[in-house]
Ligand binder design. Structure first.
Ligand code: SF4
Ligand code: SF4
Length: 292
């Protein structure tokens, strides 16, 4: 049993409310869409929605995996909703979004891991909002033949940014990310980049699950060795008492160290800070990486 650590002063999660956000939420409900921004009560929601950025969760809210840090329900998911790509595209156009992150739970029940549904969403958004940049944050497509199938399907309609999170250092995988494999995830990122040299690749890790500084540095080296362009590093916060405890709150200075370390390794963009999330400032980061 780890002791319950007190939140330090630099972790202040305020959940703002307001008219603009309330209106957008109505549109999301009307189209039966789920955003990570709302689900995770993300403190950046005003800023992101205001800038025209949002993160949508497709393929349902039930995951076939059970990671010890994650608040998503576990069980048997429903078949993909065939009307979701059109609903998503209409909402993106309605909200006037300029930068969209599309993510999903793991769908180990589907032969392609959900890749075809991702591609349908990309195509539908592009058809209605050709100027909108699309980042996909995908599962690992782990399983026999699944990565190959997924990569082949994605090749038909690649996103502007391909993001797949390692989440943590390899030493903690067994405990934190059962069902995933560190090298598999690195290989996915590398293979995608080899197929699409012009598409930015991105990954992310959370700190505070029990990792050591040298392990984080090695993970950053591994990502660069697999041609990953951008990285996000943020503090893990425990969603409930039943989830993995926070083992440590890394300090802002330590986040700064990883930023410097990452930039020296050659990442085009490193977002590292206590409140950084996978999609935090995704639009700006992409712009700095020379994309948007
Ligand atoms: Fe949504 Fe990501 Fe922005 Fe949070 S940081 S509001 S999850 S887009
Ligand atoms: Fe959560 Fe993703 Fe793990 Fe599923 S695979 S439990 S959505 S972190």
């Amino acid at each position: 049993e780890a002791p319950v650590l007190r939140k330090p002063s630099w972790i202040r999660v305020r959940i703002p409310s307001g008219n603009a956000v309330a209106k957008l939420k109505e549109k999301l409900r009307a189209n039966r869409l789920v955003t990570v921004c709302e689900e995770a009560s993300c403190p950046n929601i005003h800023e992101c929605f205001g800038h025209g950025t949002a993160t949508f969760m497709i393929l349902g809210e039930v995951c076939t995996r059970r990671c010890s840090f994650c608040d998503v329900a576990h069980g048997r998911p429903k078949p993909p909703d065939a009307s979701e790509p059109a609903n998503l595209a209409r909402t993106v156009a309605d909200m006037g979004l300029k930068y969209v992150v599309v993510t999903s739970v793991d769908r180990d029940d589907l032969r392609d891991g959900g890749a075809a549904h991702f591609v349908e969403c990309i195509a539908a958004i592009r058809a209605q909002s050709p100027g909108t940049r699309i980042e996909i944050l995908t599962p690992d497509f782990r399983g026999k033949g699944r990565m190959e199938r997924a990569l082949e399907i994605l090749a038909a309609n690649p996103p502007d940014v391909f993001n797949h999170n390692l989440e943590t250092v390899p030493e903690l995988y067994r405990n934190v990310r059962p069902g995933a494999d560190y090298q598999w995830s690195l290989t996915l990122l590398q293979k995608f980049k080899a197929q699409h040299p012009d598409v930015v690749t991105k990954s992310g890790i959370m700190l505070g699950l029990g990792e050591e500084r040298e392990q984080v540095e090695q993970t950053l080296r591994d990502l660069r060795a697999h041609d990953v362009d951008m990285i996000t590093i943020g503090q893990y916060l425990q969603p409930s008492a039943h989830h993995h405890p926070v083992m440590r709150y890394w300090t802002p200075e330590e986040y700064k160290h990883f930023e410097t370390f990452g930039l020296a390794l050659g990442f085009t963009h490193v977002a590292s800070g206590p409140l950084v999330r996978s999609s935090y400032h995704a639009d700006r980061s992409a712009a700095e990486a020379g994309l948007a």
